[in-house]
Design a protein around this ligand. Structure first.
Ligand code: UN1
Length: 516
């Protein structure tokens, strides 16, 4: 029939190709490459992307450095205008990019869209910030002197991002770095190059609009390097990259941090979390249940902020765990693109193997496992869906002390608040944390110097799903870096302290005399 001329490819690969084209990605970039990209939803191959070699990567970094030398001279509020346009492109493409993230990562649709919203939010934040990159004026000890600090652009910012937030974490870094006057070079996760290509294409579109408005953008200001670990290494070791912002595992950070430090580069490390919540005797249990359900099961436990450990007060333990088990048993696991399903797949087989290993380890350590079975979502053997697992543990040992990127929640009973705090802080990681309580003393103690040792500490909300306005990051093996809101921008700039003498004499500080 005449309708047959309009071929609509019903496969995920077909849908992805349509989305990428609409976002402005060249077909050649995702159809002829060496790197096969698979969807965790079905295990099918979505596209084949081109990778770069080390020489090309080095050249891109050199070109980003030249671009920096020009971009740093553009007034910051003008740089902000580029990010305002990026925000507009993201608003226009929210449906497409959100869908692409869902297909490539396996997130449920509202979380895919939420990720793009997070990008839009940081753009708005960075636009405002572009008029607020200010330093202090400081009282000097010398007459007719003035002392102040100025924040200057730093240089090329290398961004290394993980699969689980394939574009939002880039946008936190990209929006801040660009308004701060830096250029950016991005090495996305090999598991999610398509979302990265789409985000980069949207930025390119914003650049074109900016140029049409009369703005000047140097060639090479923002680029993407798709490739394996050795491409990441080129970025990490390059002397013209003064700042590396890396998100991923603690193992990755352990490799990256010292290499950057050895050449006196700076790094922002956002590594593993092993986030916990304390449920006290006075907690509002219905609210707590919802908070925990999203934090522990949402994104199939694949956020760095996912809830992994739960300390429940003895007096509410039995009734609360019974309710939690009901929620765990009823939540629907399956195709994340279908509404109604709240838990999508694990990213790949390696993630599934790690999930299996963690569960066997806990069983051996006396854990009682509820859930955790593999689920057949109708896509065959190359897709890895699991029911979220609740594991009652006699104590905090073995896999409870590690970050397993899967929906496994370890539960431990406590009776003494200080003991719960001690256990809470008794792991190597320190990203995010929560307390559920209506007791003012417990809440404030949790937020105090002797309370949670994490970079994020919440009361009556779960540890995941932070807003962009706050600084994001954590302590200990989480790496210590801060990204996103508050004054995280300072890490993307260099500080100069300036002392100006507007008098006719030359008094020396500390009363030193030196008469010639
Ligand atoms: C991550 O998992 O690397 O707070 C980032 C959250 C999200 C960001 C997570 N806004 O859960």
């Amino acid at each position: 029939t005449s309708h047959a001329t309009q071929i609509i490819d019903p496969s995920l690969a077909g849908e992805v190709a349509t989305i990428l084209a609409r976002c402005g990605v060249e077909v050649a970039a995702f159809s002829e490459g060496e790197l096969a990209v698979r969807s965790p939803i079905s295990g099918e191959t979505l596209a084949r992307v081109k990778t770069v070699d080390a020489t090309t990567a080095s050249e891109a970094i050199e070109s980003a450095h030249s671009a920096f030398l020009e971009w740093r001279l553009v007034p910051a509020p003008k740089r902000g205008e580029l990010i305002r346009l990026l925000g507009e492109e993201l608003r226009a493409a929210k449906g497409d990019l959100g869908r692409l993230v869902s297909i490539e990562v396996g997130k449920i649709t509202s979380e895919g869209l939420g990720e793009v919203q997070e990008m839009i939010d940081i753009c708005d934040f960075a636009v405002g910030l572009s008029r607020q990159l200010y330093g202090l004026t400081i009282a000097t000890e010398r007459a007719e002197h003035r002392m102040m600090e100025t924040w200057h652009p730093l240089g090329v910012t290398g961004i290394i991002s993980a699969f689980n937030f394939p574009v939002a974490v880039w946008s936190w870094n990209a929006a801040l770095a660009l308004v701060c006057g830096n250029s950016i070079v991005w090495k996305p996760s090999e598991k999610t190059p398509l979302s990265a290509l789409a985000a980069q294409a949207l930025l390119n579109r914003a650049v074109k609009r900016f140029q049409r408005e009369g703005g000047s953008v140097p060639e090479g200001l923002a680029c993407i390097l798709i490739g394996t670990r050795d491409i990441g290494a080129v970025l990490v070791d390059h002397p013209k990259v003064p700042l590396i912002s890396a998100t991923g595992s603690t193992a990755m950070g352990r490799a990256v941090g010292p290499r950057v430090a050895s050449r006196f580069g700076r790094s922002i490390l956002e590594l593993g979390g092993n986030n916990a919540a304390i449920v006290t005797a006075t907690a509002d249990l219905s609210l707590t249940l919802r908070g925990i359900a999203f934090a522990a099961m949402g994104t199939a436990g694949q956020r760095c902020t996912s809830l992994r450990r739960l300390f429940v007060h003895d007096s509410v333990y039995d009734s609360f765990i019974a309710r939690l088990k009901k929620a765990y048993a009823s939540v629907s696991v399956g195709n994340p693109l279908e509404s109604g399903n709240l838990i999508g797949p694990l990213v790949d087989k390696a993630a599934f193997d790690a999930h299996q290993a963690a569960l066997s380890e806990t069983k051996a350590a006396g854990g009682k496992v509820f859930g955790g079975e593999r689920v057949d979502a109708g896509f065959g053997n190359n897709a890895y869906y699991v029911r979220p697992a609740l594991v009652e543990m006699p104590k905090q040992t073995g896999s409870v002390e590690k970050e397993t990127f899967a929906p496994i929640l370890y539960v431990i009973r406590y009776s003494d608040f200080d003991e719960a705090l001690r256990l809470h802080n008794g792991v190597p990681q320190g990203l995010s944390s929560s307390i559920f309580t209506n007791d003012l003393r417990e809440a404030e103690t949790f937020l105090s110097a002797r309370g949670s040792d994490c970079g994020i500490a919440n009361v009556n909300i779960g540890p995941s799903g932070a807003e962009i306005g706050g600084a994001f990051g954590g302590e200990k093996e989480t790496g210590g870096g801060r990204e996103s809101g508050s004054d995280a921008w300072k890490a993307y700039m260099r500080r100069a302290t300036n002392t100006i003498n507007y008098g006719r004499s030359l008094p020396l500080a500390q009363g030193v005399t030196f008469e010639i």
